[in-house]
Design a binder for this molecule. Structure first.
Ligand SMILES: Nc1nc2c(c(=O)[nH]1)N[C@H]1C(S)=C(S)[C@@H](COP(=O)(O)O)O[C@H]1N2
Ligand SMILES: [Mo]
Length: 204
């Protein structure tokens, strides 16, 4: 056995264990500019206003550490990652969504985006990670901040996050428009949009 027996039931169907995170993304690695960096929270906010959290304020937000497995739709999983950063619950508390918000679109540099249900974004294990296994994220792994939603395939977690958009109806993100499943639950092997059932996502 290449991995401990306990890993067997930790591995979603069709996945195999890999020791390290590869560098995997579409497009170039953005340059971080602390003076102009902000995290925009917009769309259907409770007050109707748009917010922008600058780098200094972002760094003062409360933090957590989350231990989680990482599952990529291309079939590798990396077990036991230690992520450190700002829980998504803090963002939801700082900038509350309107009561009719059902989904969130998370935006990254260069227009990458991923949509998810509000409940997935709000999950207690979801966080805006700044550190991985005790070290600050490297530029290619998402520095300064990436979203981690451990219970979904990893494409739902944009690296280089810059925006959180509150949605009152679902809308497809970057990969969800390009053939990947709208919901992305690895335990259900929701890999491709052709597997979607009625109600799983907006029409293509
Ligand atoms: N901005 C951005 N974030 C992204 C991606 C991307 O293409 N652009 N790819 C996703 C996918 S498919 C995976 S598997 C992980 C890879 O993270 P890693 O490069 O740290 O291993 O980043 C996710 N976040
Ligand atoms: Mo991925």
């Amino acid at each position: 056995m290449a991995f401990p027996a306990e890993a067997a039931d930790r591995l979603p169907p069709g996945q195999r264990v890999q020791q390290q995170l590869p560098v995997l993304h579409y497009g170039p690695v953005p340059k971080f500019r602390p003076q102009t960096w902000d995290l925009r929270v917009f769309g259907a906010t409770k007050t109707g206003e748009e917010f922008a959290i600058n780098w200094a304020d972002f760094q003062r937000l409360p933090r957590v550490t989350v231990r989680a497995d990482f599952h990529c739709v291309t079939k590798f999983s990396v077990l036991d990652n230690e992520w450190h950063g700002i829980p998504t619950s803090v963002i939801l508390r700082e900038v509350p969504p309107a009561p009719n918000v059902t989904h969130v679109m998370v935006w990254a540099e260069y227009g990458y985006s991923a949509n998810m249900r509000l409940a997935d974004f709000a999950s207690p294990n979801s966080l805006l990670a700044t550190h991985h296994n005790g070290e600050q994220l490297t530029p290619e792994h998402g520095f300064p901040v990436r979203l981690i939603v451990p219970h979904l395939y990893a494409w739902k977690g944009p690296k280089w996050v810059r925006g959180i958009e509150y949605l009152t109806e679902d809308r497809r993100g970057f990969w969800e428009e390009r053939g990947y499943h709208n919901l992305a639950d690895p335990w259900k092997e929701q890999r491709y949009s052709y597997q979607e059932e009625p109600g799983d996502g907006p029409e293509l």
